[in-house]
Write a protein that binds this ligand. Structure first.
Ligand code: MN
Length: 276
């Protein structure tokens, strides 16, 4: 579980993604971090990441997680990502993964198996998550691949919600489409905060549904940007908020699993009590 593949795929002179110099030493007393990043690139997908042994194990879920236990969502295993990636939200202008990344959910996770490495080898990892949007018990199961070929390169998994208090017939991606890092931000806001005109030519997807999605988002981002230049105060407030969130996302997620970044007063009080 090194970050060689992650690094090989990216040019950090051109991408704002974290370089992740070395895998982080896991701290025994800290809960494990998890996040989901909504990523509009050549196709829209949701990247599920689970902290394990100093890196983020990663699966790209094209349709996103579903709270409905009868939905089996394809989850393609991708290269391990550095822990700092769990804070990342922004625009990848070109190259691998070019597009817009939104931090869609964060929190903590815990295995529901005794031996995580054995479960990963076996291709059957049961776990719980405690995020803002996703909660409760889930399973990742490796499949023999899709398309009926039978042969698999081992990258095809299914992400399935277990039946519990947190399951239900809810399209969570549609119900809760916004960022958990930048208040109220959608993909257009994230692009507007960066440079909405970078894809005048050569956008990450041209035709089809994804191309149309990019067209709309770029147009909206340009409108937002124009609106903002006349609203200096708002821009400054947002930038300050964003900076703060950047610094604190992973720490906050670990300390207050499943709670809003703006933790309620009782939650803060409880934290203080337990640490004193
Ligand atoms: Mn991705």
């Amino acid at each position: 579980m090194a970050l060689d593949e992650y690094k090989k795929k990216r040019n950090f002179a051109k991408s704002p993604e974290p370089a992740g110099s070395v895998p982080e030493k896991p701290k025994a007393d800290e809960p494990l971090f998890f996040c989901v990043q909504k990523h509009l690139a050549s196709h829209l997908h949701y990247d599920l990441r689970l902290e394990w042994k100093g890196v983020l194990l990663s699966w790209a879920v094209p349709k996103g997680p579903s709270l409905n236990p009868s939905d089996k969502r394809l989850a393609m295993k991708v290269e391990d990502h550095p822990i700092e990636y769990g804070n990342f939200e922004g625009v990848i202008p070109e190259g691998y993964g070019a597009g817009i990344v939104m931090l869609w959910d964060i929190g903590t996770w815990a295995p529901e198996v005794a031996d995580v490495d054995a479960a990963l080898r076996k291709g059957d990892l049961k776990f719980r998550v405690d995020g803002y949007k996703l909660k409760g018990s889930w399973v990742l199961v490796r499949t023999r691949g899709y398309g009926g070929r039978g042969e698999s390169d081992g990258r095809s998994w299914l992400l399935i919600k277990h039946r519990d208090d947190w399951s239900g017939p809810v399209d969570i991606a549609e119900l809760a489409p916004l960022s958990v890092k930048t208040p109220e931000a959608d993909l257009a806001d994230i692009l507007a905060a960066d440079n909405p005109s970078i894809w005048r030519s050569n956008r990450p997807a041209q035709g089809g549904d994804t191309g149309k999605m990019f067209e709309k988002i770029i147009a909206r981002a340009l409108e937002i940007k124009e609106g903002r230049t006349t609203d200096q105060d708002n821009t400054i407030t947002k930038a300050t908020k964003k900076k703060k969130a950047e610094d604190e996302t992973i720490t906050t997620a670990r300390k207050a699993p499943g709670r809003s970044a703006k933790a309620s007063a009782p939650a803060k009080a409880r934290q203080k009590k337990s640490s004193s």
